[in-house]
Design a protein around this ligand. Structure first.
Ligand code: PMP
Ligand code: GLN
Length: 381
C-alpha cells in the first residue's frame, strides 16, 4: 500500500458533511451553494444528454469548450490563449492539480506550498514524490513576504502551488504579492501551478488578476479553472487547464491516463455557459456578496469577530478575538453536536498547527438557511 495515502485521514469536508447529515445540522462547512445553478446551462446539459453525443469526446476536450474557454479568458482576463495548443479540459480542478503534479514533479523535487492550503494539495504533492516547503500565511492579511519566500525557495524548487483567491482565508493577493511571487519563480526557474477556481467569485468590485499574465510567467504557469465555481454547479467536475504548449504536452500525458475525458454533455453546457453575458457573472457576484454581508452582520451582532472576505463562498471568524478559549477543532465539534451547525476548522488547511483559532463558514446559502444557522449560533458561549 502507498504510505502517503494509507496514513491519510478522511477529508475534513466529507467528515463535516457526514456529521451534518447524521445530526440534521445546518451545513455551512463544505463549500457548495444552495443556488441550483443557471437553468439555461442545466437545460443545455439535459438536451445534450438526451440528443447529443454520449460517447468518448476528444481527449483534450470538446473543441467548442476549448474555444469557449479561450474566448472567456480573453474577455475577462485579457489573456491570449491558443484553444488548440494551450487549453485542455479535465474532470474538475482536482484532476488538473493531480495531473500537473504528476506531470511536473520528479521524486525529490521541492514544491512550495502556501498554507493555509486546500486540503488536497499536500497529499498530492507527497504522492508525486515532491518535498513540500511551506510558507505560512496568517490572519488578518494572509500576505506573502519576501523573507518567507526566500526561506521556502531553493535551487531544488520545481514548482509553487498558488491558490488565488485563497480558500479558506477568502483573501485575494494584492498585485504586489503577485509580482513578488513571479520574481521568485523566475529566479528559481520554477513553474507556478495556479489554482484560480475562485476567479469569478470576487466582491466589492474586485477583478481577478491571473499570475500567468505577469511578465515572465506566460511560459512557466499552469492556470487551472473550474466550471463548478463559475456556475454554482460544484458537482459537475468540469475543469480546464491553460499552459504554454511545451508544458501542455506533458500535462496531456498525465490527463490521458488519469481520466482521459470528461462527460461530453456537461462540456457542451459549460461551453454555452462561458459565453453568457456579463450580467450573469455580475449577478452571481452580487447575490453572493449579499449572502456574505447577511452572515457577516448576523455573526457580528452575535458578538463574533468576523474576518474580511474578499472572495470565495466563505468567511472566517476569529475565535480568540470573539472571546472563545477553545481551539477551532474543539469549537467545530461542539458547534455541530450541541448547536447543529457544521463549520470547518481552518487548522485543517495547515501542515503544522500554525493557526488554531479560525473557523470557516460557507455563506453561499439561502437567507433562511443563514438565519437558521445564525439563530443556533447566537446562543453559543
Ligand atoms: N481548488 C480549490 C481551492 C477549491 O476550493 C476547490 C473546490 N472548492 C477545488 C480546487 C476543486 O475543484 P473541482 O471541484 O473543480 O475539482
Ligand atoms: N472546495 C470545497 C470547500 O472548500 C469542498 C470540496 C470537497 O468537498 N472536496 O469546501
Amino acid at each position: 500500500m502507498n504510505s502517503v495515502l494509507a496514513d491519510l485521514p478522511t477529508t475534513i469536508f466529507e467528515v463535516m458533511s457526514q456529521l451534518a447529515r447524521e445530526t440534521g445540522a445546518v451545513n455551512l462547512g463544505q463549500g457548495f451553494p444552495d443556488d441550483p445553478g443557471p437553468p439555461d446551462v442545466r437545460e443545455k446539459a439535459a438536451e445534450a444528454v438526451l440528443s447529443g453525443w454520449n460517447q468518448y469526446p476528444p481527449m483534450m476536450g470538446l473543441p467548442d469548450l476549448r474555444r469557449a474557454v479561450a474566448a472567456h479568458y480573453r474577455r475577462f482576463q485579457d489573456l491570449d490563449l491558443d484553444a488548440e495548443r494551450e487549453v485542455m479540459v479535465t474532470s474538475g480542478a482536482t484532476e488538473a492539480l493531480a495531473g500537473a503534479l504528476m506531470a511536473l514533479i520528479e521524486p525529490g523535487d521541492e514544491v512550495v506550498l502556501l498554507q493555509p492550503m486546500y486540503d488536497a494539495y499536500l497529499p498530492l504533492v507527497r504522492r508525486a514524490g515532491g518535498v513540500p516547503r511551506f510558507v505560512t500565511l496568517a490572519p488578518p492579511d494572509w500576505r506573502l513576504s519576501e523573507a518567507a519566500l526566500a526561506q521556502a525557495f531553493s535551487p531544488r524548487t520545481r514548482a509553487v502551488l498558488f491558490n488565488n483567491p485563497l480558500n479558506p482565508s477568502a483573501s485575494v493577493f494584492p498585485d504586489e504579492d503577485l509580482a513578488l511571487l513571479a520574481r521568485f519563480c523566475e529566479r528559481h526557474d520554477a513553474v507556478a501551478i495556479c489554482d484560480e477556481v475562485w476567479e469569478h467569485v470576487l466582491f466589492d468590485g474586485r477583478r481577478h488578476r491571473p499570475l500567468i499574465g505577469l511578465p515572465g510567467m506566460r511560459e512557466r504557469t499552469v492556470k487551472i479553472g473550474s466550471a463548478g465555481k463559475i456556475f454554482s454547479l460544484t458537482g459537475w467536475k468540469v475543469g480546464f487547464v491553460m499552459a504554454a504548449p511545451a508544458l501542455m504536452r506533458t500535462l496531456a500525458k498525465a490527463h490521458q491516463f488519469l481520466t482521459f475525458t470528461t462527460p461530453p454533455n456537461l462540456q457542451s453546457a459549460v461551453a454555452y455557459g462561458l459565453g453568457k453575458d456579463d450580467a450573469y457573472f455580475e449577478g452571481m457576484r452580487r447575490e453572493l456578496q449579499r449572502s456574505r454581508d447577511h452572515l457577516a452582520h448576523g455573526l457580528a451582532d452575535a458578538g463574533f469577530a468576523v474576518l474580511p472576505s474578499a472572495g470565495t463562498y466563505f468567511l472566517n471568524v476569529d475565535l480568540a478575538a470573539s472571546g472563545f478559549g477553545e481551539d477551532d477543532v474543539a469549537f467545530c465539534r461542539r458547534l455541530v453536536a450541541e448547536n447543529g451547525v457544521a463549520a470547518i476548522p481552518v487548522s485543517a488547511f495547515y501542515a503544522e498547527a500554525a493557526v488554531r483559532s479560525v473557523v470557516r463558514l460557507c455563506f453561499a446559502k439561502r437567507p433562511e438557511t443563514l438565519d437558521a444557522a445564525l439563530g443556533r449560533m447566537t446562543s453559543l458561549r
